[in-house]
Write a protein that binds this ligand. Structure first.
Ligand SMILES: Cc1cc2nc3c(=O)[nH]c(=O)nc-3n(C[C@H](O)[C@H](O)[C@H](O)COP(=O)(O)OP(=O)(O)OC[C@H]3O[C@@H](n4cnc5c(N)ncnc54)[C@H](O)[C@@H]3O)c2cc1C
Length: 425
């Protein structure tokens, strides 16, 4: 039998009512267990969390959803490099959460500080205790500031930033670049993989070079990469460096910083000690702190979360699903991918709450545009299907553009507008 969407929602609603015995005994709505709807709590309203909350409500209208996020507004990392280059301002990449309650999502402005996996309760900084039937953690990454000696002090003094979470640090780095004299040096580092947004650092180098070419043409960029080679779209970026920015970008692979000094404005690696006028050090990362509260930062380095990739349920914390950058997998850590995790997870949760089997072979896609100048961009795009025992297998087709062009630059901006609308409108 095939189900159309209307039938699916009817069955979904009925199924949810039947499986109430599986719900937590303390529904946050205060209704008695027999009356209560299943309750999903989502932590983090970024790409993964906001999308997951919205799609659970769309596909499972009988499921209550609470979304917990400390920030008033979402600031997008995609296109934040455009802000650094003066191509857009911070307002352009900042979006409110006003539309999410219209989907029936309960927004809670708070920060999760505790998780009791057995009792299925999260605790917040503001003192709330919220019960759940299923919990979704989508906290993005934790920046390991201590992994680079002196970074914390230099960051606290406002001298060196990572700007790897868009917001105030993006604005500060832009100001530092604007204040840099012509002929100055911008030193930037790339952490060893895995890290958030593999092409992001190389796009940043291109766009800062594009800005320098117009505003401070005697300036230089030193790019210290912890990886042995450009970790994503190498043809696109290396082509741009030689064709558009010849002599401007000094690329040094296998050169991760271990120390930074904000007073002498020096970065130290195993091989080099380089001075700069503006330093942009991006330390190593791991899954967001909240994953550790659930005991879900469980790979061999206790850095990332392993999940059942068909449902995104943690392999160690039952009823806890993890999305986006925090997940360990062969899939790229991108906003686009986080929204795809979110949809697979939302569908799986609706099925599980209705007592049915989730799709055993979900499909996800990734599209990532990178601008290489203020008018040209390239992309990488791939489709992956989950196969038990293998994980996500890349499907035929897809690939990356070897060179940026103007049409893809317009697509890059449309992509951002569309994905922001998908998650937040
Ligand atoms: C410079 C740069 C450029 C990028 N460009 C692109 C691009 O072009 N395309 C692309 O697809 N991706 C891009 N990315 C990657 C993209 O930003 C990330 O992959 C994406 O943000 C991951 O989504 P997420 O949901 O895992 O985390 P996030 O979007 O970071 O959301 C996490 C949310 O969780 C909240 N949170 C954390 N802890 C708690 C807690 N304890 N309680 C409550 N809330 C909490 C945070 O406040 C945050 O709002 C870029 C990244 C960077 C840095």
């Amino acid at each position: 039998m095939t189900l159309n969407r209307r039938d699916f929602l009817k069955v979904s609603g009925a199924g949810v009512a039947i499986t109430l015995t599986g719900c937590s005994s303390q529904p946050s709505s205060g209704k008695s267990a027999s009356m209560a709807k299943p309750h999903v709590v989502v932590v983090g309203a970024g790409f993964g969390g906001a999308t997951c909350a919205k799609y659970i409500r769309q596909w499972g209208p009988n499921v209550d959803v609470t979304l917990i996020e400390p920030n008033d507004k979402f600031v997008s990392c995609p296109l934040s490099n455009w802000v650094l280059a003066g191509m857009k301002n911070l307002d352009f990449i900042t979006h409110g959460y006003d539309n999410l309650p219209k989907h029936g999502i309960k927004m809670v402005k708070d920060y999760v500080t505790g998780i009791d996996v057995e009792k299925r309760v999260v605790t917040t900084k503001g003192g709330a205790k919220i019960s759940y039937d299923r919990l979704v953690l989508a906290p993005g990454v934790e920046i390991l500031a201590d992994s680079v000696k002196g970074f914390k002090e230099a960051e606290a003094a406002g001298k060196v930033v990572h700007a790897w979470k868009a917001g105030p640090q993006t604005a500060l780095l832009r100001k530092q670049l604007e204040a840099m004299p012509d002929g100055g040096t911008f030193v930037m580092s790339v952490p060893t993989a895995p890290y958030r947004c593999p092409p992001g650092p190389y796009e940043r180098a291109c766009l800062v070079a594009s800005y320098f070419k117009q505003a401070k043409p005697k300036s230089k960029i030193i790019l210290l990469d912890g990886n042995p080679d450009v970790a994503s779209k190498p043809a696109l970026f290396k082509g741009a460096w030689s064709e558009l920015y010849a002599g401007m970008i000094d690329y040094r692979p296998n050169n991760a910083p271990f120390a930074v000094d904000g007073n002498t404005m020096t970065v130290s690696t195993e091989f080099d000690q380089v001075k700069g006028d503006v330093l942009n050090v991006v330390p190593k990362q791991r899954a967001g702190e909240v994953c550790d509260l659930a005991g879900a930062r469980n790979d061999s380095n206790k850095a990332w979360c392993t999940v059942n990739l068909a449902t995104f349920e943690s392999t160690t914390a039952p009823n806890v699903h993890i999305l986006g950058d925090s997940v360990l997998s062969n899939l790229p850590k991108s906003g686009h991918m986080a929204t795809n995790h979110a949809k697979v997870c939302a569908a799986a949760i609706v099925e599980l709450l209705a007592g049915r089997q989730p799709d055993p072979m979900p499909v996800v896609a990734n599209t990532c545009y990178s601008a290489v100048s203020d008018s040209t961009a390239g992309y990488v795009a791939n489709v992956f299907r989950f196969e038990a025992g293998k994980g996500y297998v890349t499907q035929p087709g897809g690939g990356a553009t070897p060179k940026g062009d103007e049409l893809n630059f317009t697509y890059a901006e449309s992509w951002a507008q569309n994905i922001w609308a998908d998650m937040l409108s």
